[in-house]
Design a protein around this ligand. Structure first.
Ligand SMILES: Cc1ncc(COP(=O)(O)O)c(C=O)c1O
Length: 347
């Protein structure tokens, strides 16, 4: 949308010219038969970059997460998740509907689960309590404000979980943002997690698609579950071609999004209408508390002036930076926000 500064999500990013060209020229085949060469290349490269044995291209992050839940668990088991986690709050209760599992939500510090908090939520080993079938992590953590979990923090959890034979799934929708923020490799952050899902269609700017990676036998089974969920795709190399460019070329520009989120946070921290600590902004997501007004007062006025953001609570808003928002756009958005504050008498 011309002239609109859209800070609702990094999912609004549009494909690059290079992606569009690659899509038009993609070599394709029937992927249900495993015959799409572009998809096969994408799956192999993804597994290699994440340090896992195999990968499976899925249409959405939600499907990737839920295929993993289904494979790791048995009906009647519990899944330990962070209270604000995507897999628990924004995936249509699929773990209950399709896997017969109960979420066991745990509050994490800045959205990040520690072993101590997880251990307290594990089912005790008595026959009359449901077993913990899975621990699900999220890095970066979306609704906690794009917070990052280090490789060491993840390792403590996977080591302890594996001692108890509990698998660990990582929702790494934005794992490349985490790797850039920590100046490390995504394979380090994937660590010993039994499965990892990551998205091409968020900050990496591909139009569609996510990847589930894990051990060979796990991914072989994931093919079956993806088909059950209606995710068997045909000449999907046209999408994999864009995703390959997302994978190879886009991570190196994510630091710009992180700088822009900081830039916005620093500006909002100066305004009495917001409570923002720029030091807490680690990647491309800024969650800001409002002082003296509500998100339903703020957001429509902001929208009238051509700036879009999302509500994450009655007095809380979320701004997400991405490829289609420049530093100049951030400065323009700040000018508009200041005007809106003045108009509302909260400046
Ligand atoms: C952390 C996280 N996980 C999973 C997803 C699901 O991705 P999709 O929208 O492709 O289903 C999202 C989407 O925003 C997300 O933020």
């Amino acid at each position: 949308m011309d002239g609109i500064i859209d800070l609702r999500s990094d999912t609004v990013t549009t494909p690059t010219e290079e992606m569009r060209r690659a899509m038009a020229e993609a070599e394709v085949g029937d992927d249900v038969y495993g015959e799409d060469p572009t998809v096969n290349r994408l799956q192999e490269r993804s597994a290699e970059i994440l340090g896992k044995e195999a990968g499976l291209f899925v249409p959405t992050g939600t499907m990737g997460n839920q295929v993993a839940v289904k494979l790791h668990t048995q009906p009647g088991q519990e899944v330990v998740v962070e209270e604000r986690g995507h897999i628990y709050n924004y995936e249509m209760a699929t773990m209950a509907a399709l896997s017969g599992c109960l979420a066991r939500p745990v509050r994490g510090e800045r959205g990040l689960l520690s072993w101590g908090r997880i251990e307290a939520a594990l089912a005790p080993p008595v026959y009359y309590r449901a077993r913990t079938g899975l621990i699900a992590l999220e890095n970066t953590h979306n609704m906690a404000g794009g917070t990052v979990m280090t490789a060491q923090e993840t390792k403590v959890i996977t080591d302890q979980a594996h001692k108890r034979s509990i698998p660990v799934h990582l929702d790494g929708a934005r794992i490349f943002n985490a790797a850039v923020a920590l100046n490390t490799r995504v394979s380090e952050l994937a660590g010993d997690c039994d499965s990892v899902m990551f998205c091409f269609s968020k900050g990496l700017s591909a139009p569609i698609g996510s990847m589930l990676v894990g051990k060979k036998e796990f991914i072989q089974e994931a093919w079956r579950v993806r088909k059950m969920m209606g995710g068997g795709m045909r000449q999907v190399g046209v999408l994999a071609a864009a995703a390959l460019i997302a994978l190879e070329r886009m991570p190196c520009r994510l630091h710009e999004d992180h700088e822009n989120a900081k830039r916005l946070a620093r500006a909002l921290a100066q305004l009495p209408a917001f409570q923002v600590d720029p030091a807490t902004v680690e990647t491309n997501i800024l969650i800001a508390d409002l002082s003296g007004w509500t998100s339903s007062q703020f957001l429509p006025r902001l929208k009238e002036r051509g700036v879009l953001a999302g509500s994450t609570g009655p007095a809380q808003v979320r701004f997400v930076t991405h490829k289609d928002v420049s530093a100049a756009d951030i400065d323009k958005a700040v000018e508009i926000i200041v005007d809106v504050c003045k108009g509302q008498g909260v400046f």
